[in-house]
Design a protein around this ligand. Sequence first.
Ligand SMILES: [Zn+2]
Length: 640
Amino acid sequence: MREPAVLTTLGGVRTVTGSRFLVEVGDRRVLVDAGLFQGLKDLRERNWDPFAVSPRTIDAIVITHAHLDHCGYLPRLVNAGFRGPVFVTYDTGKLMSVVLPDSGRLQEEEARFANRAGYSRHRPALALYTEDDAWTALDRLRPVHFDEDLEIVPGVRARYEVAGHILGSSSVRMTLGNVPGEEVTVTFSGDLGRQEHPLLRPPAPIGDTDWIVIESTYGDREHASDDTVDRLAELIDRTVGRGGKVIIPAFAVDRTEVLLYHLHQLSEQGRLPAVPIFVDSPMALAALSVYRDAIDGHAVDVRDDLHGDGTLFELPDLDEVLDAEGSKAVSRMSGPAIIIAGSGMASGGRVVHHLEKFLPDPANSVALVGFQAAGTRGRSLMDGADSVKIHGRYVPVRAEVCDLSGFSVHADGSELIDWLGTATREPSGVFVVHGEERASLALRTRIMDELGWNAVVPTDGERLDLHIARPARPTRRNASVAVSPISTPGDEGGEDAGMPMTIEDARARLTVADHAVLSTLDPDRGVHAVPVCFALVGDHVVVPVDRVKPKSSTALRRVDNLDADPRATLLADHWDRHDWRQLWWVRADLARVDDADVDISLRTALTQALRDRYVQYRTAEFAALVVFDIVSVSGWAATS
Ligand SMILES: [Zn+2]
């Protein structure tokens, strides 16, 4: 018998940080990514909340890559009692050994600063975790190779595939269940790189999978064509010509390495003026050595043509700034220079004091080369702020600010769609995560329009059932539950819309998946999509109604009164796109069969059939079963 499998989003939905996805198979629990919330204060505060499930009950953790928004919460989980293995690729493990202790150090510094300055919600202010905690957490790492299947807990296998986002980064395909032929596969994209990352191989194809969880950082954007390096070269020329400094806030891991690679190329081509280049970040320098080792050591995810090339990052005027005194000296230096420093979104780190010093002078420039999350100084600069707040005072922005997000290590909307296109078949559904809401919704729309697949942007804390429609097993003749795959969006047809139909016609038409991903309407949040279980039972369609999402009559009226609803645009958008499943659901609710019409023995049979079939999907929380007459439901589907 198949075991229940549920995915719960515990972060990293409708935001780009705090990636945490809990996979439960029977009584086993695996957490995919343990990311820190970053950016806006409300989000950061969530790092202090107790974790949604006791960390002791998590059997294993799978980390996709070494960025803090995917691994930075790990020490906190270990502090709170997590005792299982943490599976990582070798280079992810090495890079985590660079970033986690640094993160702990930073947390301690912030706590000390908060105590001195007297602000904090804790008295005395505490560090979320310390550098020591980070080292303790790192003891739990279990490095694995790319492209190998391994059982991480009984009945859960994982395979790490190249994601090409940063060194060691992976997509993870998990196979759940241990009965051959009855497993369910779910593929987590992790963060996806681009086709033309200068150092790394592009993301591996998806292949065969039942469910896909995909990031959408740039789901609503297309990167400018590849003139980014030229624009960087021009910016350096302009700035040096004015006698100014180019400040580049850069993530220590990958951004700095890619920048040095490009500067090396420009230098080889004679396009780089002879000015000092400072890498003012001990963490970036440590990460650089991990990259060098990987290239020397022929790491699987490094581009074939670079293997063994020791000169990639060589620059004649490179200065590695290790200590804080050196950093201050760089700030005091006159004359043109290029300064690369963290953090990448200028929310902390040494780049902040460089910005404080250099932003007010129009001779200088700032190159923004990575994603800038809402609430960070980098985002303010990108949005054209006149001033930014640094160390409690507003610093005027007179320096030139240049958006070079073409350097992004994230795939853009089209690249994400292309990656999905590498799946060898249509999955049961796609969950769109790891993006600001607008980006995730935009990608979801593209997936539905361009691929014709079910796609959902889950809400925070949502439980998503990972079971799939299988070809109906031979059960009793005239079985009380018969399930076949859902019709595709193209099937709703129009030629016989609204025509009277027989029960047999209706049954043929209304082939209902057991876990169609349906959009529903939530009175508080507008259009909201959740997977909803259905069963076709005799001449009836049965839908379990979730207690937390009752379909109230107010919600229904909104559909019939599009113009009057403040969210009409969103609704109209769905309408235009013939997202009939949403309308069907809503309409079905409008005209459901009166309970009195369903005799009690049938009702009992329906209840039992659903409970048997959907034991995994919040069964205990079902508020009610709603029974629809098959002909009327099909009719609505046809006319919507
Ligand atoms: Zn990342």
